[in-house]
Design a protein around this ligand. Structure first.
Ligand SMILES: Cc1cc2nc3c(=O)[nH]c(=O)nc-3n(C[C@H](O)[C@H](O)[C@H](O)COP(=O)(O)O)c2cc1C
Length: 216
């Protein structure tokens, strides 16, 4: 199936089959896809929490506006941004560059300064917004990979952040959940996935710029 056909197949399923579990091998592929997402500066300022415990999923559903996909999913993925100061994120990334590419830290000094210059210029609120954007790129990459693997994934923002932090023991860890995804397989009774997909008409979506703008 082409990637376009896969994207047409995918849907934010409302009714999962709770008896169908995604294999650990496929869960690893989804994790890898999320980890392979592009991020600003390569800094990946977020973590991916993977939950399969049935009791915990049920408890989380109760603080997610009782949305059934949370409890009925095979696995629940939680994207949590790191609220660390920018300098910590840059240090962690550069240490990893040294490890993976075998280069000297001293050779990365210019890059360190430019990353710190950018991240350091953001106030805390802007830095958290920036981190959230990066988590959403990873979410999008995961959704596309899931579609390619014919695994259902329902993204959700409808959950209580503070309750998630409490239940997942994230307080004190500088981690704030920003978006979640229920992963599993659709029930035969899911009516949502049978409905035609609603998107903007192509010409309402695309703005084709064919000439360079004249200076005014
Ligand atoms: C960031 C994000 C948050 C969403 N939050 C919810 C949610 O809390 N509950 C829900 O049922 N669907 C949620 N959705 C699903 C959207 O409603 C759905 O993706 C959209 O209607 C398009 O439909 P489709 O994904 O089935 O093509 C969310 C989607 C995104 C991308």
């Amino acid at each position: 199936m082409s990637i376009i056909d896969s994207l047409k197949w995918r849907a934010a399923i409302k009714q999962f089959d709770p008896t169908k579990k995604v294999s650990e091998g496929d869960i690893e592929k989804l994790i890898e896809a999320a980890n392979l997402a592009a991020t600003s500066g390569g800094l990946q300022p977020f973590k991916l929490l993977v939950i399969k415990d049935e009791e915990l999923k049920q408890k989380l559903q109760a603080v997610s506006y009782n949305q059934a996909p949370v409890g009925d999913s095979s696995h629940l993925f939680v994207f949590a941004i790191q609220t660390d100061p920018g300098i910590n994120l840059v240090d962690a990334y550069l240490n990893r560059v040294v490890e993976v590419r075998g280069v000297e830290m001293s050779s990365l000094e210019g890059y360190r300064q430019s990353l710190n210059g950018y991240i350091g210029s953001l106030d805390e609120a802007s830095r958290l917004t920036w981190a959230t954007k990066q988590a959403y790129i990873s979410l999008g990459t995961l959704l596309s990979a899931a579609a390619d693997l014919k695994i259902d994934a329902t993204p959700m923002e409808g959950f209580d952040t503070a309750q998630y932090q409490e239940m997942l023991g994230l307080k004190g860890q500088r981690l704030v959940p920003v978006v979640i995804t229920a992963v599993g397989y659709r029930s035969n009774e899911d009516v949502y996935s049978a409905m035609p997909k609603v998107r903007k008409k192509r010409n309402d979506f695309v703005v084709e710029i064919n000439t360079s703008l004249q200076p005014s």
